[in-house]
Write a protein that binds this ligand. Structure first.
Ligand SMILES: [Cu+2]
Length: 613
């Protein structure tokens, strides 16, 4: 769907329809944009605004069976998420009652707040909204997808996602392939299906979780709506626009030929927000893409004989925790415990028709520079911890905690907020909680140690300097605490206190990574409450930590989604430039975002800040 050909005015209808994920599979009911999976790819030109009328013509019920299986593994020890069928679970009646509320977010779009797809501004079935996209942004692969509060994971899984390509003159100067046959988008997702009484696949989509894993990691890899497709390619160089559009799964893609990885056949030229400064090779282990991350790749098939075949494998375990896997073993990456029963993603089959690749310039993008660290020392810093809260009788909750430094004279004020004002400072002792040879100081009432009465703080120790923080917001609906001023650089620090990698996404402008460093931390038992957390964090390596905490070359571009691995702090340089209003940032694992790893921020013009209440 090329916007220019329709004078920049597009109509996209969300519809219930049928889709065949594989030629051997029965038709699946889906919710799709224009009824297709994925939705139509929308192509726009930089600087040419586009208006899209998003029509909600969906009909319920949700075309996905949702279940949580009673056991993590079946009688033979196979994790239930690795196989089709409900695995003893019952279909969730609440999701079956959905009538089809929707809201559309253009991921990566520099979009005014009213058109950004706020998660609570729903379009009911039978309603429509016209969203206006200025498209004053560099060429990049964006994507549009559903973003409804609490149920994004089901709406996207049902089929509501599609690609959106912004084009510009810089790409044409470089001579990059544009459109078919040599530019091909690859939208990678994973899906599972229900089975009937005889164990036969019915084609009905299945979102299955289990008591130990609250994210769905379906076994079948789907590329552009097809399971394990084969793509015929000429003896030529191709440009692949790759997006991980899965709910939760991270992919580490390894191109394989004749039993060996062919990592060097791939040149990466772009990331989330378009061209990198120069062409680079992908990491030697393979190309990592967490949910919502994109890569612009050139793959040269021009030296291969007709009939040659290459396979793209995924070697990333799920849930992904940053751990490595050698590319040479990609063929053998199948790992049931790692919820990766089939590492195959797709195949390329070379057919006759030779074209010599165009030489690629050494310089690609010239419109951005790396962050200048000395200029970031004095800018506003925001600290966010990622935590997993264990709950009795229901799945754990992955959530964010926004922190603010505790001023020395602020403690008594803070205790009042905790409903403990009458105890005052006199009733408190300073006791030390030991963690190895280090210690964390926690204020507790005289007498028995009880976590109910602890003043919750997070201490962060960096090079001997300790800063104490308190939680200022936890849930999505808590008070907004982030009011970034337009054009002001900020440093956002994400500290991961969980065992999984989280792809953190900021709406609106792209950002750049500043640093990725190891941390170690101690969370006292029971210290993660509904809105609180006590933890001691040190910016040094945990002795049990095996990750390298490196920044890959392909992460040094303009990003909108960044992986934060376990035992890690990631710092990003954030600057919002143009649009004021209420936006969201969140983990892009949809099961996390829905429960409750998402928070608002409000961008403001500087001159209005003094008038904010
Ligand atoms: Cu997450």
């Amino acid at each position: 769907m090329i916007a220019r050909e329709q004078k920049g005015r597009l109509v996209v209808s969300m519809r219930l329809s049928k889709h065949q994920f594989h030629r051997d599979l029965r038709l699946s009911s889906v919710w799709g944009y224009d009824g297709t999976v994925p939705g139509p790819t929308i192509e726009v030109e930089r600087g040419h605004p586009v208006a899209v009328e998003w029509r909600n013509e969906l009909k319920g019920p949700l075309p996905v069976v949702v279940t949580s299986a009673p056991q993590h593994a079946d009688a033979s020890g196979v994790p239930v998420q690795c196989v089709p069928g409900l695995s003893g679970g019952t279909a969730d009646p609440k999701t079956a009652a959905f009538s089809g509320h929707a809201i559309v977010h253009l991921h990566g779009g520099l979009t005014p707040a009213v058109y950004d797809g706020w998660a609570e501004n729903l379009i009911a079935p039978g309603q429509s909204l016209v969203f206006y996209y200025p498209m004053d942004q560099r060429a990049a692969l964006l994507w549009y997808h559903d973003h409804v509060m609490g149920v994004t994971k089901f709406d996207v899984y049902a089929g509501l996602s599609g690609l959106w390509i912004v084009r510009d003159e810089r790409e044409r100067e470089i001579g990059l392939p544009e459109g078919p046959p040599y530019e091909i988008p690859l939208l990678i997702q994973d899906r599972n299906f229900e089975t009937d009484d005889k164990g036969q696949l019915t084609g009905r989509l299945l979102h299955k979780t289990d008591p130990e894993v609250m994210e769905a990691f379906p076994p079948f890899t789907v590329v552009n709506g097809k399971i394990w497709p084969v793509l015929e390619v000429h003896q030529a160089q191709y440009r692949f626009r790759v997006l991980n559009g899965s709910n939760a799964r991270t992919y580490r893609l390894v191109l394989f030929k004749d039993g060996r990885p062919e990592i060097n056949r791939i040149i990466q030229i772009g990331t989330d927000h378009g061209l990198l400064g120069s062409p680079i090779s992908v990491p030697s282990d393979g190309l990592l893409l967490a949910s919502a991350e994109r890569a612009d790749l050139l793959i040269d098939f021009s030296d291969l004989p007709a009939g040659g075949e290459l396979t793209l494998f995924n070697t990333a375990r799920a849930p992904f925790d940053g751990s490595r896997f050698p590319a040479t073993n990609a063929e053998y990456a199948a790992d049931l415990d790692g919820l990766l029963p089939y590492p195959q993603v797709m195949r390329f089959r070379v057919v006759a028709g030779r074209t010599t690749p165009q030489p690629l310039p050494k310089v690609l993008a010239t419109d951005y520079n790396p962050p200048i660290l000395r200029e970031l020392v004095a800018v506003p810093h925001r600290v966010i911890v990622l935590v997993e809260r264990e709950l009795e009788g229901e799945p754990n909750m992955l959530t964010l905690r926004e922190l603010a430094p505790v001023a020395e004279n602020e403690d008594s004020e803070h205790m009042k907020m905790q409903g403990m004002g009458e105890m005052g400072h006199q009733g408190m002792d300073m006791k030390q909680m030991h963690m190895g040879e280090r210690s964390m100081q926690v204020e507790i009432p005289k007498g028995e140690i009880s976590h109910d009465y602890r003043v919750p703080t997070v201490t962060v120790t960096d090079a001997g300097q300790t800063t104490r923080y308190r939680v200022v917001a936890s849930h999505f609906e808590d008070t907004t605490t982030f009011f970034p001023v337009l054009d002001q650089h900020e440093v956002w620090q994400f500290l991961n206190l969980t065992g999984d990698t989280h792809p953190i996404h900021l709406h609106l402008d792209p950002f750049q990574i500043i640093s990725r460093r190891p941390i170690r931390y101690k969370i006292p038992k029971g210290a993660i409450g509904d809105v609180t957390i006590s933890a001691a964090v040190e910016l040094e390596r945990d002795p049990n930590d095996t990750l390298d905490h490196q920044i890959d070359d392909n992460e040094r571009g303009l990003k909108d989604t960044i992986r934060v691995n376990p035992n890690e702090i990631v710092e990003i340089d954030v600057r919002f430039t143009k649009y004021c209003g209420r936006y969201m940032y969140h983990c892009h694992i949809l099961e996390h975002e829905d429960r409750d790893m998402m928070r608002p921020f409000v961008t403001m013009p500087r001159e209005l800040m003094p008038f904010m209440a």
